[in-house]
Design a binder for this molecule. Structure first.
Ligand SMILES: [Zn+2]
Length: 690
């Protein structure tokens, strides 16, 4: 589905999980009506169907048309849909948990104290207003103290540790060629806008307009903060980011794990960027002596960045750092700052009319900073024990179907099949919640210090990552909290992970007949397994290492199939003038395509040769496909849709549904799709991979 965690989450992803969501972007809600009693047996939300649209013409609208006509995107959201409804439903549950803790007497230093004080400090707008920008003065002074560009690397280390946007970012993850080791990965970063296209594309009026509004926003924020040269500095900041954008890799290039694997010895790294002292950087980061090498994601970018730093005045660089420092904590600052921050990053950029009510923002803050601590309490209350057992069975069935399917592939050689089976046999499923919970004892939260607390949760997250260097791999770690409505595959760990919160209708309905569950959560499980075999995942072996285990001929055949998928998705246009990027979304489209096929096989196996019952007038197979179609119901504001086209490796829901079904021959049989129908593709053009 969802986020393909191709790497373990970045510091930022961990502490800003609200924006690291699977379908990217801010979470959203819509007022879903409770399912009607009659529909519970099938698990199909028949009230959302539109029978006036034939399934052979547009299956997505046949299943979701009435919902699409009536659902409103809430005024504080950029999207609505099945995912967003579930995500939104989690928020009041977390709020109730936080409220309960706040009413109790909590020992100082306990998780309960930290959770309630983190929340209370954010809600304490009186103290926030009274403090103004005082909490940032020492930080501004630190940047103002720069007198020489030689001091930049150490400053950058500090900014990386507190999650302030800087020209590059770091991650700790498993070495892709020796997955028994943690390594430090250095990757391009430094932009405030969602993609380099926002800075560079002059033939797109919408992106150009956003860029000029960004300039205005920076100037407004700087003026508020007392900058006497706000206009000049804002222009310099935009110019600096534009130069960085020019040397950045595209999102498509970033997807290539081989190109992004550049192992550089610490003793050699300064050769890459003359004049930029990495030893000063690593020293300040506190990792000197712990690592012998780093992995550089985009070497040409670091070379280009170094040149940009050399060619930009120190005053402009200081202005850039101060701006990102201010922007990074804007949500914890007095109202004028957080309102202006909302006005640009949510209203202008994503089209959201109104800012979310404060208590919800407070809950999201706690969720992003202490998510597993909340998660422990969440699962105790909201995750039925038998859901875990049912999921374990479903996952086992999906893995079995995958195993059988690999054996029957008509295009793959026995050698490659053997390797694929070996990889499949080592998949590790994680369901519901972690066996071992994260330890927050090193985190300090102080009541009444909203900015300081945000800083504390970011530093804590960064230090937690850095502490892994030199230690054995922690296989119990989770990259998402249990209350996250999402799932992921991590190729380095070769694991598939399903948090508790996605195990709810319409994905997983313990009271419904099997068909809809195989169409929903079954295809999600199949999707995540398939990430192990998509164009990226297939380059890793079962041990989590980049190793080519394909024969040459099978490579060629696989590439032909994926090229056909790229072509199909390039033709989809969710917003007039903007097409899906078939290369950017390839991994997800392969996972959707294969996940659907495998779950269909698993459903057939589960029937054990017996006919499925007819419910709501639908056969078992029809309910399977309808279950798949209904999880993708959703709508986006136009600005949000454009951001996702530019940045999201997932195709829009409509095409995740229809785009997958058009390649699926059993779907044709189930709904009588024939030549001339809009859902029809000639058999030779249908892509089946796994
Ligand atoms: Zn995915």
């Amino acid at each position: 589905m969802k986020t393909q965690a191709i790497k373990t989450p970045t510091f930022k992803a961990q502490i800003l999980s609200a924006i690291a969501l699977l379908i990217a972007g801010a979470a959203s809600a819509s007022a879903a009506e409770p399912a009607k009693v009659a529909s519970l047996q099938s698990g199909i939300d028949i009230q959302y169907n539109d029978k006036s649209v034939k399934p052979q013409e547009d299956f997505y609208r046949h299943v979701n048309g009435t919902w699409l006509k009536n659902a409103q995107i809430p005024s504080d959201r950029s999207s609505a849909g099945a995912f967003m409804d579930l995500r939104e439903a989690v928020v009041p549950r977390l709020h109730a948990i936080i409220d309960g803790l706040a009413k109790a007497k909590n020992a100082s230093g306990s998780d309960a104290q930290k959770i309630s004080d983190l929340y209370a400090s954010f809600m304490d707008t009186k103290s926030i207003e009274a403090a103004g920008l005082k909490p940032l003065q020492a930080d501004f002074a630190k940047i103002d103290a720069l007198t020489d560009k030689k001091q930049i690397p150490a400053l950058m280390a500090w900014l990386n540790r507190i999650s302030v946007t800087a020209p590059y970012d770091i991650q700790v993850h498993q070495d892709n060629k020796d997955s028994t080791k943690y390594v430090l990965d250095i990757g391009q970063s430094g932009l405030a806008l969602p993609d380099r296209d926002y800075y560079l594309k002059d033939d797109d009026a919408k992106l150009k307009d956003t860029r000029s509004k960004y300039l205005k926003h920076v100037e407004t924020m700087l003026t508020m903060s007392g900058d006497k040269e706000a206009a000049k500095n804002a222009a310099a900041i935009l110019a600096f980011e534009t130069e960085l954008a020019k040397v950045q890799w595209t999102k498509v290039d970033l997807r290539d794990p081989i190109k992004a694997y550049n192992k550089i010895e610490i003793s050699k790294i300064n050769e890459l960027t003359a004049g930029y002292d990495w030893n000063a950087y690593l020293n300040e980061l506190g990792v000197t002596g712990k690592i012998d090498y780093v992995i550089v994601g985009q070497p040409s970018y670091l070379v280009g960045m170094n040149k940009v730093l050399q060619e930009t005045s120190l005053d402009s660089i200081k202005a850039y750092f101060k701006w990102h420092l201010l922007s990074s904590v804007a949500s914890q600052l007095p109202k004028q700052y957080s309102d202006e921050n909302f006005a640009f990053f949510s209203k202008t950029l994503r089209g959201v009319p109104e800012q979310e009510i404060r208590w919800k923002r407070g809950v999201r803050l706690v969720d992003s900073g202490m998510g597993e601590s909340l998660g422990k309490l969440y699962v105790a209350k909201h995750f039925p024990a038998d859901s875990k057992a049912k999921m374990e069975k479903l996952v086992a069935n999906l893995l079995l179907a995958y195993k059988e399917s690999i054996d029957t592939l008509d295009w793959m050689s026995p050698e490659t099949k053997k390797e694929a089976q070996a990889k499949l046999a080592t998949f590790m499923p994680k369901i519901g919640y972690p066996n071992k919970w994260k330890d927050y004892s090193a985190l300090r939260i102080t009541k009444g210090d909203a900015v300081g607390n945000l800083r504390a949760i970011r530093s804590f997250a960064a230090q937690t990552e850095l502490n892994k260097l030199g230690k054995p791999i922690d296989r119990d770690e989770w990259g998402m909290t249990p209350q996250t409505v999402n799932a992921y595959y991590n190729p380095e760990m070769n694991e598939i992970v399903f948090p508790a919160a996605i195990l709810q209708p319409p994905f997983f309905n313990p009271k419904a007949d099997d068909a809809v569950n195989y169409g929903g959560i079954g295809t999600v499980i199949g999707h995540e397994i398939s990430h192990g075999f998509d164009d990226q995942g297939a380059q890793y072996d079962g041990a989590g290492n980049l190793r080519d285990w394909w024969t040459k001929e099978d490579h060629v055949k696989f590439a032909a199939k994926t090229a056909a998928l790229v072509k199909q998705y390039n033709a989809f246009s969710p917003v007039p003038g903007y097409n899906v990027n078939g290369e950017l979304t390839l991994g997800e489209n392969i996972a959707d395509n294969s996940g659907l096929a495998i779950s269909y096989k698993a459903y057939q196996l589960s029937l054990g040769g017996q006919p499925a019952p007819v419910i709501n007038g639908l056969t078992g197979n029809q309910r399977f496909f309808t279950g798949f179609g209904q999880v993708w119901r959703g709508k986006l504001r136009e600005q949000e849709a454009i951001i996702r086209i530019k940045t999201d490796p997932h195709s829009p829901g409509e095409f995740r549904a229809n785009g997958s079904l058009r390649n699926m021959t059993p779907f044709y049989q189930s709904f009588g799709v024939k030549e001339g129908d809009k859902m029809y593709l000639p058999p030779a053009e249908r892509v089946t991979i796994w």
